[in-house]
Design a protein around this ligand. Structure first.
Ligand code: FPP
Length: 250
C-alpha cells in the first residue's frame, strides 16, 4: 500500500487530467449491463476528487463525455446523462462543504436541459472556491476547443480592423480557447489499456507526461491514483531542454 505521507513530501502536479475508460468491459466481465459499469465509474470520480484533496492537487479534469459519445445507443447516452444529473444532486452539498469549484468545459448547449440546468446551478454556487477546481469535460473534444479558439479570434479580428495577425502568439491564441485559460496538465492518466488521447486536450497535452494503465476505470481506486502520482514524481520533465534545473516549473 502506498503511503500518502511519502507522496506529500515530493513535488505535486498542478493539474491532473483523466480519460476514464473501460466501464463497459468492467460490466461485461461481471455479466452486468454496461450502465452498471458507468454507475460504478461515477463513484471513482468522487474517490479521485477525494485523493486530490488529500494531496493538495489544485486542479483535476475528467473527460466525462466526448463529442463522439453521442454515437452510442440512445439508451446508454440517456443513462450517462441521468447519472450525471444524479451525481450533481448527490455531491453538490459536499462539494460546497469541501470548497470545490466545478467548471464545465465543452459545447454544453447540446446537453439535455436537466443536465444543463444543474450544471449552471452548481457552477454558480461553487464559482468562488479555490481549494480544488474540478473540470468536467462534457460534449468536449480537443479539436472543438481549438476550433472554438479560432472562431473567437476571427470574431475579434473582424471587430478590430487594425488587428495584426502577426501579433498572434501561442499565449494570445490560447486565451481565445474555452479550455485555454487552465494551466496545461502535468499528468494525463488513461485507464483500460488503450494507448490513445482520443481528442482530449490536444493543445494542452503538448508537454504532458502520459500514464497508461490496464486497470479498468471502475477499478481505478485511490491507491491506483497514488501509484500514478508516484510514477509521475519519478519522471524527469525537460520540456525539450537539456537539464531539469532549467525546466519550466519542476
Ligand atoms: C468509458 O467507458 C467511459 C465513458 C464513456 C463515460 C465516463 C463516465 C463516467 C465515469 C460516469 C459519469 C460521469 C460523471 C462525472 C458522474 P466505456 O463505456 O467506453 O468502456 P468500454 O471501452 O469498456 O466499452
Amino acid at each position: 500500500m502506498i503511503q500518502i505521507e511519502d507522496i506529500r513530501r515530493g513535488k505535486m502536479p498542478t493539474h491532473v487530467a483523466l480519460i476514464m475508460d473501460g466501464n463497459g468491459r468492467w460490466a461485461k466481465q461481471r455479466g452486468l449491463p454496461r450502465t452498471e459499469g458507468h454507475r460504478e465509474g461515477a463513484s471513482r470520480v468522487r474517490d479521485i476528487i477525494d485523493a486530490c484533496l488529500d494531496l493538495n492537487i489544485p486542479l483535476v479534469s475528467f473527460f466525462a463525455f466526448s463529442t463522439e459519445n453521442w454515437q452510442r445507443p440512445q439508451e446508454e447516452v440517456n443513462i450517462l446523462m441521468d447519472l450525471l444529473s444524479q451525481s450533481l444532486d448527490k455531491y453538490t452539498d459536499e462539494a460546497i462543504e469541501k470548497e470545490i469549484k466545478l467548471i464545465v468545459l465543452g459545447d454544453v448547449q447540446k446537453l439535455p436541459a436537466h443536465v444543463k440546468n444543474r450544471l449552471a446551478k452548481v457552477q454558480e454556487r461553487t464559482k468562488n472556491f479555490e481549494r480544488l477546481t474540478v473540470v468536467l469535460a462534457l460534449n468536449y473534444s480537443g479539436r472543438w476547443d481549438i476550433l472554438e479558439g479560432a472562431r473567437q479570434l476571427a470574431k475579434h479580428a473582424k471587430q478590430n480592423p487594425d488587428f495584426d495577425p502577426n501579433t498572434i502568439t501561442e499565449d494570445i491564441f490560447r486565451q481565445f480557447m474555452p479550455g485555454g485559460k487552465l494551466p496545461d496538465p502535468d499528468l494525463l492518466i488513461r485507464t483500460s489499456g488503450e494507448l490513445r488521447i482520443s481528442n482530449f486536450y490536444l493543445w494542452q497535452l503538448a508537454y504532458t507526461e502520459l500514464y497508461f494503465t490496464p486497470v479498468l476505470w471502475p477499478d481505478f481506486d485511490k491507491n491506483e491514483f497514488l501509484r500514478a502520482i508516484v510514477d509521475w514524481q519519478q519522471r524527469e520533465r525537460r520540456f525539450g531542454k537539456i537539464s531539469e534545473q532549467i525546466s519550466r516549473n519542476d
